[in-house]
Design a protein around this ligand. Structure first.
Ligand code: SF4
Length: 396
């Protein structure tokens, strides 16, 4: 397959599902963006245009700058066809809060810089970096905005392909800086997480790109098969994908299953991944069904056959304003009915860091039910040898 350059998204697609890569490069198949992608595009554009404007103004923002950024967001969101009304409020809040935190003293050296480069090994790479800021004469911060609700953890950051791509591209574009801090700025939850790459990691990534470049070049579109995975529900091409259609249609068929208690660890992990993928795909499908049902109900349509109809119920939730409650409940009984809102307290302490030590001393930590996740483990050579030996012994 002829590919002009490797991008972080293209690589992730290739590792996730080869069929998705062939869809992406097929001009006859338009991608259908979901609302999560559309809000991401609109927020990125608003922040980019806002930063460019402020670089010229070199001042703290005033009301006209808020207006400018919010209008940019709304224009892009509507032209992208964002349908979910809740997402408009989310996007406006993200843009407003980003401007609230804006620091005009930041030394920005690039905004939404598109790059198309060749690595020292001759591999073409492409992408765009949201913002680059000089931290000191030796160090730059490469910043990527994210509109997701959950930030990557340290382990995920260290192996993130997009960040490795930015690190490599920045080392080529700005070689005068010795250090590069890689930052994901989660604008929805006001959280920044960072990482960096060592020389050795950068070399490993270059070797990885060289190998992928060959593999992707050898990919024959006709031979690529869909690989059902946890991200299928968000795939822009799922409506064209036979694997997805087959999965959604067949998934409820009964099968005879091996007892879980008897499964070997390898089978257990494989089954875990399969079930996680299925759950995620079906939940996503159900979310889409609900969204369409909601839109139709709002238009006054009904969804019904002669014998059945879809209906909706809503559980009521009652809230009280704290100031009103304080005026009614006697002071000595307040502790029985009031509780501390942790998220709001954390937000408050951000502006009063002097209170942190005292609060940490009285904090009580409890644990929810454990969350299980699968991650890749570094295999030590001895382990592989041992495994090979035991496999050979078992085979013998
Ligand atoms: S829906 Fe899933 S299997 Fe189909 S192309 Fe997309 S990622 Fe691949």
């Amino acid at each position: 397959m002829k590919i002009k350059g490797l991008s972080a998204t293209g690589i992730k697609d290739f590792l996730q599902c080869k069929l998705k890569v062939t869809f992406r490069y097929n001009r006859d198949i338009p991608s259908i963006k979901n609302d999560h992608a559309k809000i991401g595009i609109a927020v990125h554009e608003a922040l980019e245009q806002y930063t460019l404007r402020m670089l010229k103004k070199k001042s703290f923002p005033d009301a006209s700058d808020y207006d400018f950024a919010l209008t940019t967001f709304m224009n892009v969101a509507t032209s992208e066809g964002l349908e979910n009304m809740g997402f408009y409020s989310d996007g406006r809040r993200m843009v407003t809060e980003y401007i609230d935190r804006y620091d005009p003293s930041e030394k920005v050296i690039s905004v939404e810089g598109f790059f198309k480069l060749e690595t020292p090994d001759g591999i073409p790479i492409v992408g765009a970096i949201d913002k680059v800021v000089e931290l000191n004469e030796d160090t730059i911060a490469i910043i990527d905005y994210k509109t997701a609700r959950n930030a990557l953890n340290t382990y995920e950051l260290d192996s993130d392909i997009q960040l490795s791509m930015y690190d490599l591209a920045a080392s080529i574009m700005w070689p005068e800086y010795k250090n590069r801090v890689l930052i994901l700025d989660y604008v929805r939850i006001d959280k920044k997480v960072s990482s960096y790459r060592t020389e050795e990691q950068r070399q490993d990534f270059r070797d990885f790109l060289t190998s992928l470049w060959t593999q992707m070049g050898n990919l024959e579109p006709d031979e690529a098969e869909g690989r059902i995975n946890t991200l299928c529900g968000w795939c822009d091409y799922k409506n064209y994908c036979p694997a997805y259609a087959q999965f959604v249609n067949n998934t409820l068929e009964a099968t005879v299953l091996e007892p879980m208690t008897d499964m070997a660890d390898g089978d257990f992990l494989k089954h875990w991944e399969e079930i996680s993928s299925k759950k995620s795909i079906l939940e996503n499908r159900q979310r889409e069904l609900k969204m369409i049902a909601n839109q139709r109900f709002m238009r006054g349509d009904e969804i019904a056959t002669p014998g059945q109809e879809l209906y909706s119920t809503q559980a009521a939730r009652t809230n009280y304003n704290i100031e009103d409650v304080l005026g009614i409940i006697p002071q000595e009984d307040l502790f029985e009915v009031l509780s501390v809102h942790k998220v709001r307290l954390d937000r408050y302490v951000k502006d009063r860091p002097d209170l942190k030590p005292a609060l940490s001393k009285i904090a009580k930590v409890s644990y929810n039910a454990p969350i299980f996740k699968i991650r890749t483990k570094k295999v030590e050579e001895d382990d592989t040898t041992d495994q090979n030996k035991s496999t050979a012994a078992a085979a013998g």
